[in-house]
Design a protein around this ligand. Sequence first.
Ligand code: MG
Length: 293
Amino acid sequence: MKLISFEHQGKRGVGALIDDEQVVDLTPVVQLPDMNHLIAVYASKRNEIAQAVATRTQALDAARVKLLAPIPEPRRNIFCVGKNYHEHAHEFANSGFDSSAASGAVPKAPIIFSKPPSSVIGPGQPIDASLDPLQSVDYEAELGVIIGKAGRCTEQDDPTSFIFGYTLINDVTSRGLQKQHSQWLLGKGIDTFCPMGPVILTTDAVPSIAALEIRCEVNGQVRQQALLSALIFDVPTLIQTIGRSISLKPGDIIATGTPAGVGIGFDPPKYLQAGDVVRVLVDPIGILENPVI
Ligand code: MG
């Protein structure tokens, strides 16, 4: 199922997107227009949600709703993974921009950092490049994993049982700030630098992600293209790495890293400029498109 957060006639809702044509408003079923809440109650409301979708109860024309980020207000920072594709790890190591303690090519353990909730924007909303004082804005197409279960993930737990679904994230980055401040939060936490969406695809619709391809296009030109099976640390490993000691919560988001082809991989770097349009694509999750201003 494709789950969305949306606005319709000035009101916010949560719903299911059907064939990209209709939106079944699930707000009356879960009683709050809040995706964090929907995720938390999803298992207990599964039958009512399925029935609303089957009968097209409260169906709206998809063209008449405004899509928001599926989780417009994450309850806490988005967990992110650095250098999680081999070719990108080499590309970043060779770019001269990796001033972190984990500099070097391929990491021995996952590099985890975070982006604040205030960086999140939805499909179609502009990335404000003017907020980077060093004019070094770069794109990073990433698979986002949405957590559906609370608790720590011990060695005895199945990490896949924590996965609620998947979305797309553009881990937009000021390379200048990333380099200048060693730690990555300032370079990656800027307002509007976390486009997310267009939907959350629940795990029942995509049993395995390995064969899916992620792509990034800038003004229609393909810059990044890789199979998700190329992740150095796969999704279960990432969940166990984070959840071993940090209690996970329904609605947590993990951005799983980006493949080769980012702007600093080019000589000279191809930074994003006002007027550009960036698209992150994974079929069947959809297309996350954002203009740059
Ligand atoms: Mg990234």
